[in-house]
Design a binder for this molecule. Structure first.
Ligand code: SF4
Length: 274
């Protein structure tokens, strides 16, 4: 972390392609970031492949180049309890939806997960390290030019200023992959919570094919949320945009016409999935 009197700088590391490219560029001296903060939604909530990649490749690479890569977890201020998003969704007395579940018409509902498990975690850490609204920290967010619509800096804390260094460099997602490979690293998997309703249809199909137990767990989570909704007299919600239960919407053994990289379901901020 830069600790000049003027400014702190840190990169919001999402564990995906853009963040990893930013880490490589920082190691090469092309980006002026020495601190990367990974807001971990929970070891039971993040895509397991992202956590594996982090341990096997991102952390060793950062350490070898003298770059800080720190994981942050949501710790409740009063009770000091560590919360995970999946844990919160499945807690017995929980009334929370929290995630952007899809309504019957496919539209995502309001969510609080990005705010509570990403934005506030990084904001709190920067405040702890000295950022103030009079002297805000710069937070790098990994948006590439092909996802420029996600570059809205509405959602940040008063003691932060958002920076989009990949946009400044004019980098596309394909450039990010090339940069990662050129450093001798494999390209990371798409990062998001494994149950995120913003996942694309293809990524659900891929999960059903290659991780059937994880897929079943997502179906069970959808069931649980709907049992809770029924008790409250509310309509069903879904993890896909098809207005049907997950196991029906993503049938077994059926391939999809959707491209794995279709970004129709991306989170509209750069705090997740980068
Ligand atoms: S990946 Fe999806 S479910 Fe997870 S925090 Fe982001 S928006 Fe919420």
């Amino acid at each position: 972390m830069t600790t000049t009197a003027e400014q702190l700088t840190a990169f919001s590391f999402g564990g995906g392609v853009q963040s990893m490219a930013a880490l490589v560029l920082a190691a090469q001296g092309a980006l002026d970031y020495r601190t990367f903060l990974f807001a971990n939604v929970g070891d039971d909530s993040e895509n397991p492949a992202t956590l594996t990649y982090l341990d096997r490749f991102a952390r060793p690479f950062a350490a070898a180049h003298g770059i800080e890569l720190t994981s942050l977890h949501r710790v409740m201020v009063r009770t000091k309890e560590t919360r995970t998003l999946y844990g919160e969704l499945t807690r017995e007395d929980s009334r929370s939806l929290g995630i952007p579940v899809r309504m019957a018409n496919g539209a995502p509902g309001r969510r609080s997960c990005t705010l509570h498990y990403k934005i506030k975690l990084i904001g709190r850490e920067l405040k702890r390290r000295g950022a103030t609204s009079a002297m805000p920290a710069t937070v790098g967010v990994g948006i590439s030019v092909d996802e420029i619509d996600r570059a809205n800096n509405r959602r940040c804390e008063p003691h932060e200023r958002i920076d989009y260094p990949l946009l400044t460099l004019g980098l596309r997602r394909s450039d990010c992959r090339r940069i990662i490979r050129s450093a001798g690293l494999p390209v990371p998997p798409k990062s998001s919570c494994w149950f995120c309703p913003f996942r694309t249809p293809e990524s659900w199909h891929e999960m059903r094919r290659s991780e059937p137990e994880q897929f079943e767990k997502a179906g069970q989570l959808e069931d649980l949320l709907n049992r809770r909704r029924e008790r409250l007299g509310k309509d069903h919600v879904y993890l896909t945009r098809f207005g049907r239960p997950l196991r029906e919407a993503i049938p077994d053994g059926v391939d999809t016409l959707f491209d794995l990289d279709t970004d129709d379901g991306l989170c509209d901020s750069g705090w997740c999935m980068t």
